[in-house]
Ligand binder design. Sequence first.
Ligand SMILES: O=P(O)(O)OC[C@H]1O[C@H](OP(=O)(O)OP(=O)(O)O)[C@H](O)[C@@H]1O
Ligand SMILES: O=c1cc[nH]c(=O)[nH]1
Length: 214
Amino acid sequence: MFVLTDQRSIADRFFGNLRNPLIQKNRPLFRANLSKVGALLAFEVSKKLHYMDYEIETTLGTAKGYKLSKPPVIITILRAGLPMLDGFMNMFDDADMGFIGEQRVEKDSEEITIKREYAALPDLTNRDVIVIDPMLATGKSMVEAVEHLSNFGSWQSLHISSVIAAPEGVKYLNANLPFAYSLYLGTIDDGLNDDSYIVPGLGDAGDLSFGPKT
Ligand SMILES: O=P(O)(O)OC[C@H]1O[C@H](OP(=O)(O)OP(=O)(O)O)[C@H](O)[C@@H]1O
Ligand SMILES: O=c1cc[nH]c(=O)[nH]1
């Protein structure tokens, strides 16, 4: 498991901005910070993909270059995944994309359940698949999404990335995903509150990015 904030870096500034309720009021800035952390996580995922070498003829000679053997497929969990996708797309600019809408159904004093509302997915056979969602809280949205993806072909490798994770979510993936995967997290917080929100977290990433929904 890779955790971006295990090492001090400029990423800490983006987390400070993401969590600050005053800065959160600036919606474009909130989305921009999710995008920046997304780009840094994409860079980490890129280190685990396969590359082939090739020759580049410069005006002065021949340089050895490396390129991805094949572009990955990025699957975004809607809706909060979209600003994070912006950062991933900036890095993997020739990736194929898939989208899956997972809605947490939050009822008082009941466990969270997940309702899938939308999916537009490519064939995943032999592909390097990266699933992104900024918040890994209970982990149920991610597990539901990956289970659905498994109907779309046998992938070559599976990478899961979130900006903020709860330890409960990480454990839930471990216990419930019957596939090999690697995990790339921005940071791991203390845990979940009674409403299954990440603490200290940042609040509702979807609402902060796009406004409240009914
Ligand atoms: O790990 P979990 O407990 O499943 O929670 C994480 C999910 O919650 C949020 O989505 P939400 O259902 O609020 O929808 P939204 O993105 O449309 O706001 C977030 O974007 C994740 O998809
Ligand atoms: O803390 C949380 C949990 C789920 N979804 C969010 O946006 N935030």
